[in-house]
Design a protein around this ligand. Structure first.
Ligand code: SAH
Length: 388
């Protein structure tokens, strides 16, 4: 029977349930169709599990089952386990926007599934997962009975897999925009042309934090996209919340989210601007600054330049925040880990000449679980700083 065989001594990661097989770890590969599922054996012939393979990618194989478990049964069971986890933690009456499947975090390499009320949005990053799509759609459709299933596989990472960007309606009618609830707060989610699959679900817990600490404060929300942090700040009693994003479409979405929440024009201004420039302009007076930039390091080689960017915006923010004030600062680059990000924030504070203390640390929301065997699923980190 055909199998992929690993080099001697290169089976440790897979034995430890890491999902990725790099091409350098493989001794023999049979003839196979790109995307095909193959058994994976160690050099001694022991079966380690099954992976799908793509010869174009440096991550040549991705494990979808371990040990003797049948691969398709494992996919179905991992989907069911992922749904069970979310059912434990979310009451759809207060929160109906959530990540149901977090790729390797849920043991499903390259698959993201987000639910926005009754609309399911799928995103596949890999050829092997593209091929498993019928199984995924069937399993999730039976379990959730969504009104529509959309595909938003428009990730740059697909290029490395030799795949096109795909936006499609897999079931039901096309849906451009859906109104969701998160902790009782309504938001518009743009499904057509929006960022990510539509909403930054990973910041749910940080939105609650902003709501809890905004009373009486003047908030400046940078990299604001949907304006969700601004909405939460105002619902939490902020005096005002101004929002900055370089995308005019984002600022228009943020305005719509203010309208949806009954927040009038006195609540804040929307600036379509580059944060790096905005922070250098003469300042409006704010005592709670939020920095939630996109990932500056998309690969390891970007880390040095990314840290320069993070340091820049954090220095400028720390300089301008009115004391006593708060700065909530994030990095969503996996390659900039918490220790490195903390170092960057420390240097930024030193250069700004401000006293800053870390009050709290934040990670991605709990529907974005980190697979302990696959640390690459850990990416979002943030610090709540007190500046006086
Ligand atoms: N906090 C947001 C998510 C931020 S995503 C939320 O809760 O929804 C990052 C955002 O940064 C995107 O909307 C992107 O348009 C914006 N962005 C990227 N580079 C920027 C820059 N240099 N200046 C301002 N905005 C930028």
């Amino acid at each position: 029977m055909k199998a992929a065989v690993l080099k001697p001594g290169r089976d440790k990661a897979v034995r430890n349930r890491h999902h990725w097989i790099f091409s350098g770890a493989i001794r023999d590969l049979p003839d196979f169709e790109p995307g095909e599922i193959l058994p994976v054996r160690d050099a001694g012939g022991d079966l380690l599990g099954h992976a799908f393979f793509n010869p174009r990618s440096s991550i040549a194989g991705r494990m979808i089952s371990f040990g003797s478990e049948a691969p398709e049964a494992a996919v179905r069971e991992n989907l069911e386990r992922a749904l069970a986890l979310r059912r434990t933690f979310f009451d759809p009456v207060v929160t109906n926007a959530l990540r149901l499947v977090n790729a390797e975090g849920d043991g499903l390499p390259g698959l993201v599934a987000d639910l926005y009320d009754d609309v399911l949005v799928l995103q596949s990053a890999t050829l092997g997962m593209d091929k498993l799509k019928p199984l995924v759609v069937d399993t999730l459709a039976r379990a959730l009975e969504p009104r529509a299933i959309l595909e938003r596989s428009d990730l740059p990472a697909r290029r490395e897999e030799g795949l096109d960007q795909v936006e499609a309606v897999l079931a039901g009618e096309p849906v451009d925009r859906v109104r969701v609830l998160e902790n009782g707060v309504p938001y518009w989610v743009n499904l057509a042309g929006g960022q990510k699959t539509g909403f930054y679900l990973d910041q749910r817990e940080s939105r609650q934090l902003v709501r809890a600490h905004a009373a009486g404060r003047k908030v400046l929300n940078m990299f604001a996209y949907s304006g969700s942090f601004s909405v939460c700040a105002l619902l939490g009693g902020a005096v005002r919340a101004d929002s900055v994003d370089s995308s005019a479409a984002a600022m228009s979405l943020a305005q719509d989210n203010f309208d949806l929440n009954g927040l009038g024009s006195e609540s804040g201004t929307f600036f379509t601007a580059d944060v790096f420039e905005f922070l250098r302009e003469p300042t409006l007076e704010h005592d709670f600054l939020i920095l939630d930039p996109p990932a500056f390091a998309k690969k390891r080689a970007d880390v040095v330049a990314a840290c320069r960017g993070y340091k820049d915006i954090n220095r400028l923010a720390l300089k301008r925040v009115r004391a006593p004030g708060l700065v909530l600062t994030f990095s969503c680059s996996h390659f900039v880990d918490e220790g490195l990000f903390r170092q960057v924030v420390f240097e930024a504070a030193a250069e700004a000449g401000r006293r800053a203390r870390i009050l709290q640390r934040h990670r991605q929301a709990l529907d974005h679980p980190v697979n302990v065997y696959h640390p690459e699923t850990d990416y979002l980190k943030g610090f709540l700083l007190y500046v006086d």
